[in-house]
Design a protein around this ligand. Structure first.
Ligand SMILES: [Zn+2]
Length: 454
């Protein structure tokens, strides 16, 4: 018997949509969802801004981790966890993956731990410590919260796997226009530039949508993405920011469904103008409306075949700061730079060699005919545009997955410099001024290998 093909599944999906009948010969996906609240109960420091000077003071909305588990017709499984965090650091990813292997026989290639990059979530263990003036008490609170979060991630994934039941998957792509290239448009001028239609790119305004339907046609889950910093707000309240509002809007109009958000290549993209809760809500509603349009337009059915691939790519770090450069920085503002310089100097004096490369997670999944590429770090938008050019305009690209170690510039942005080009190495604590020149080449070649191997 010939294996069932994508178009046959599409046809049977069309024939049976809206009815409870499952075609006898039809093979289905299985899907499961689970969620847990992760809003800190203690006054932890909020992640993402060096300018904050005190811990959190209450919440605008709860923070969540949510999991979508998938199983194809051959029993191959994968899990996507989305989270209202700035980024899941490398060590936490490793701890979680080790436990998921032990408990559920899942390999890292079958696991996506993504972060919405909200700047109104908690500081996590070992992430960006040079950025904040943390005392010992804060550090121990962060350690405790991070250990609890690891346990909750494993538990939520276990619940989503236990919830696996027959489902149909469908894919589509909408658009939303609030992401602005922050390197090419000064924030203060953005309202005027919008009025004049004079904003400069590059941008990626695509809204990729994965819809998960029960066999009777009801929506069980919707996973969607957008390439834009989740930074409307910079205040002292826990919040999922625009992505939190988008998920709340979708869950309000589809009360039985779980809405999950992933960040695209938004390293150099900001939601502008910003800094008002009304704007976070408005952008969230714009994103939710884009998702609703995809659902209404009948997204294309995905055959129940899943491929998961992953490589840890060794990315080279660029020029190293000298002792004299570090000494000079210990007296210069901002204080986060002083902390970085002092820490590196003490490592230098202790004879501890600086790392010269970093193990970078890259994944390529295929759901039916839908390609999803995930990257660690904060990739600039060029990566999404290059992958779409190379692998097709329907390609989905997620950043901020499985580790957020710093920004990931394209060669263009690396050469232009600035915060996304190299400056962010300092708050992220890496011992180099920037990545080496081959950063883009290594990532592009890695993605080509992964896609080809599917
Ligand atoms: Zn960022």
């Amino acid at each position: 018997m010939k294996p069932i093909t994508g178009w046959m599944v599409a046809l049977s999906f069309l024939l049976s949509a809206g009815s409870a009948k499952i075609h006898a010969a039809e093979k289905l996906w299985k899907a499961g969802v689970a969620r847990m609240e992760i809003t800190p109960t203690e006054p932890l420091w909020l992640a993402g801004y060096a300018t904050r000077d005190k811990p959190a003071e209450g919440k605008l909305m709860p923070l969540w981790i949510k999991t979508l588990a998938l199983e194809d017709a051959d029993g191959h499984r994968a899990v996507i966890l989305t989270s209202d965090t700035l980024g899941i650091p490398q060590a936490m990813h490793q701890n979680v993956c080790a436990r998921l292997k032990q408990k559920f026989q899942l390999e890292p290639e079958q696991i996506i731990l993504s972060a919405s990059h909200t700047h109104c979530g908690p500081v996590l263990r070992g992430a960006l410590y040079d950025m904040y003036p943390l005392d010992d008490q804060q550090r121990s609170m962060i350690d405790k919260y991070s250990a609890e979060l690891e346990a909750k991630i494993v538990e939520t994934i276990g619940k989503a796997l236990a919830d696996l039941s027959p489902a149909r998957l469908a894919a589509g792509q909408g658009t939303a226009g609030f992401a602005v290239n922050r390197r090419n448009n000064s924030e203060a001028n953005v309202p005027k530039l919008i009025e004049q239609g004079a904003l400069k790119g590059p941008v990626d305004h695509a809204v990729p949508v994965l819809a998960v339907f029960l066999p009777d046609g009801k929506l069980k889950a919707v996973l969607f993405g957008y390439a834009c910093h989740n930074t409307v707000m910079a205040f002292y309240q826990w919040s999922g920011d625009y992505a939190g509002f988008a998920q709340m809007a979708l869950e309000k109009s589809h009360p039985e469904a779980t809405a999950l958000f992933f960040m695209g290549c938004g390293g150099d993209q900001n939601p502008l103008p910003r800094r008002k809760v009304e704007l976070a809500e408005r952008y969230g509603n714009m994103l939710a409306a884009a998702v609703e349009e995809v659902l209404l337009a009948r997204p294309r059915a995905l055959g129940p075949q899943l491929a998961t691939r992953m490589e840890m790519i060794s990315l080279n770090l660029g020029p190293v700061p000298t002792e004299a450069e570090l000494e000079k920085m210990t007296n210069e503002k901002p204080e986060s730079h002083q902390r970085w310089a002092r820490r590196l100097l003490s490592e230098m004096k202790a004879g501890k060699p600086f790392i010269r490369s970093y193990s970078f997670p890259l994944q390529a999944w295929r759901l039916g005919d839908q390609l999803l590429i995930t990257m660690g770090g904060e990739p600039v938008v060029d990566y999404a545009l290059k992958f779409k050019q190379e692998f097709g305009t329907q390609t989905w690209v997620a950043g901020y997955c499985n580790d957020v170690m710093t920004y990931i510039p394209s060669l263009r942005v690396l050469k232009e410099g600035g915060y996304d080009g190299g400056g962010a190495m300092i708050p992220y604590g890496l011992p180099a001024w920037r990545w080496a020149d081959d950063v883009e080449e290594l990532i592009m070649n890695g993605a080509r290998r992964l896609v080809k191997s599917q």
